[in-house]
Design a protein around this ligand. Structure first.
Ligand code: UN1
Length: 505
């Protein structure tokens, strides 16, 4: 094991968090930090048998857990929230080390876990069904929500802990067991979260064994989880390419999927916008997390009447951000996750240039760390929406396009395959309402005067088209983790049939 300063801090934090990853020199899973690009340690991957065993155990746990009253299940999630509050600082730092996001965002991610735990505890007393008017006398009709089974959770590197918690906190109060396959790029935070979860489980009298399983590894591990008939719900976050593989596989066995895939999020800056506010929102959404959120701002449409001045101001904001070690409080932009992310960024910028794009920024910042990829965020003035503008490049590239007419720009806004998050900056109520209307943005998240990223947990999170259609987190996303039964009860002595059908024997 190499022992860079960063690696030593990671090991220290893991110890403090009570997590003991099974480091092994021969392990094929490499834990590293994008801060210095160096290896923290090697870890073994779960075998297909390990995954199957974990699923079987989770299923056995579900058979017990489903009959535990929901408010009591909420108590487990309350304890998880309590343990997370205790671990926030250490876990937040570890998120920063493993993903390269700035410390404030690392801590924010743990706060997002705590928030969803609080939400789920309340939810545990509110898994409401409807009472429905029936057409038959002496009858009553209602719906009841029951646990669905084992929920497989597949998460991405960029939100290595919060997205697990969005799913796990809801699934657990809903009476499901969970099995988690984290990104192979972030195994350490997964071990840390598992240790926190184990502490909550240990404090909860009589939690069934195997209720919250963890399987680490790459694609092969994910495939066993996705294909297993005892995994009732697969909630997968990642690229559209991953979703194209997962969706049909789960559908083939009639399982249920919650897909949260790529975004290509845009904002429109109209003539009436508060420009200072827009600039700050755009800076956070486009450059924050080094452009590696699924909600990151990637396309910006600026009205032609204000474009010259606004773009000049935006370039100044871009020139002012500090890029570097994400654990330093003054840093706003940390490194990209790895070399592949950097290459994808370069490729998109080269393509944009070939299509007439004017590229400002981009390229590596020299930090004398050959395996760490710090880049200057890029602003690209594009003549139109084409080539790389149509796809999600997980890097800080913001394509800027001028527009004249609101109807046209909404069409262009919607003219990409993805549909996650969107915003309009305007003080004109007609523009704002039009953008939020059925003829407006076709995304799952539609904002006014805030950027597309940084959603809070209370709303349903997810998007349309190639974003996958799933909803996680707040509102009624919990329904995705349960099965619905419709109950009709006859309390009369007669047997009237629906639709007036007669069948007298
Ligand atoms: C993700 O990037 O997968 O809205 C999740 C946001 C965060 C979650 C992002 N609350 O940007």
């Amino acid at each position: 094991m190499e022992s860079s300063t960063v690696a030593r801090e990671a090991i220290d934090l893991l110890n403090k968090l009570g997590a003991a990853p099974p480091f092994a020199a021969q392990g094929s899973l490499v834990a590293r930090s994008p801060i210095d690009g160096l290896t923290v340690g090697h870890l073994p991957e779960a075998s297909a048998d390990d995954v199957r065993r974990t699923i079987e155990q989770a299923h056995a746990a579900y058979l017990i857990w489903r009959s535990v009253p929901a408010p009591r299940r909420g108590e487990l999630v309350r304890l998880l929230g309590e343990e997370l509050r205790r671990s926030k600082e250490d876990l937040g730092r570890l998120v920063t080390i493993e993903t390269g996001k700035i410390l404030s965002e690392g801590l924010g991610e743990v706060q997002e876990m705590i928030d969803i735990c609080d939400f789920a505890v309340g939810l545990s007393r509110q898994l409401y069904g409807l009472t429905i008017a029936t057409e038959r006398p002496g009858h009553r009709m209602m719906e009841t929500w029951h646990p669905a089974g084992v929920c497989g959770i597949v998460t991405a590197f960029n939100f290595p802990v919060a997205v697990w918690c969005w799913n796990a906190a809801l699934a657990l109060v809903c009476g499901d067991a969970v099995v988690w396959k984290p990104s192979e790029k972030t195994p350490l935070t997964a071990y840390a979260v598992q240790a926190v979860m184990e502490r909550a489980l240990a404090r909860f009298a009589a939690a069934p064994l195997g209720l919250a399983g963890l399987v680490q590894g790459g694609r092969a591990v994910g495939e066993v989880l996705v294909d297993h008939p005892k995994v009732a719900v697969v909630s997968a976050t990642g690229s559209t390419r991953m979703g194209r593989d997962v969706g049909p596989r789960v559908a083939a066995r009639f399982g249920r999927c919650i897909l949260e895939l790529g975004g290509n999020n845009a904002a429109i800056v109209t003539p009436s916008a508060n420009q200072d506010l827009a600039l700050r929102s755009i800076a956070f959404s486009a450059m924050g997390t080094a452009g590696q959120r699924c909600t990151s701002l990637r396309r910006l449409f600026v009205h032609e009447s204000i474009a010259d001045g606004f773009i000049a101001k935006l370039r100044n904001v871009y020139a002012s951000v500090s890029i570097g070690d994400p654990s330093q409080p003054s840093t706003l932009i940390g490194p990209l996750i790895d070399a592949a992310a950097y290459e994808a960024m370069e490729k998109s910028l080269t393509e944009a240039q070939a299509l007439g794009g004017k590229v400002h920024g981009g390229g590596r910042v020299d930090r004398a760390l050959p395996s760490a990829y710090y880049v200057t965020p890029a602003l690209v003035e594009m003549p139109g929406q084409q080539g790389p503008v149509l796809r999600e490049t997980f890097a800080p590239i913001l394509y800027v396009i001028r527009y004249r007419d609101l109807t046209d720009v909404i069409a262009m806004h919607n003219g990409v395959p993805q549909g996650l998050a969107s915003s309009i900056f305007t003080t004109d109520i007609q523009e704002a309402e039009t953008f939020m209307s059925s003829a407006g943005s076709d995304c799952g998240i539609v904002n006014v005067n805030i950027g597309p990223s940084g959603a809070e947990i209370g709303g349903a999170f997810g998007g349309e088209k190639e974003t996958g259609g799933g909803r996680e987190s707040g509102s009624d996303a919990w329904k995705g983790y349960m099965r619905r039964t419709t109950n009709t009860i006859n309390y009369s002595r007669d047997l009237p049939l629906a639709q007036g059908v007669k069948f007298d024997v």
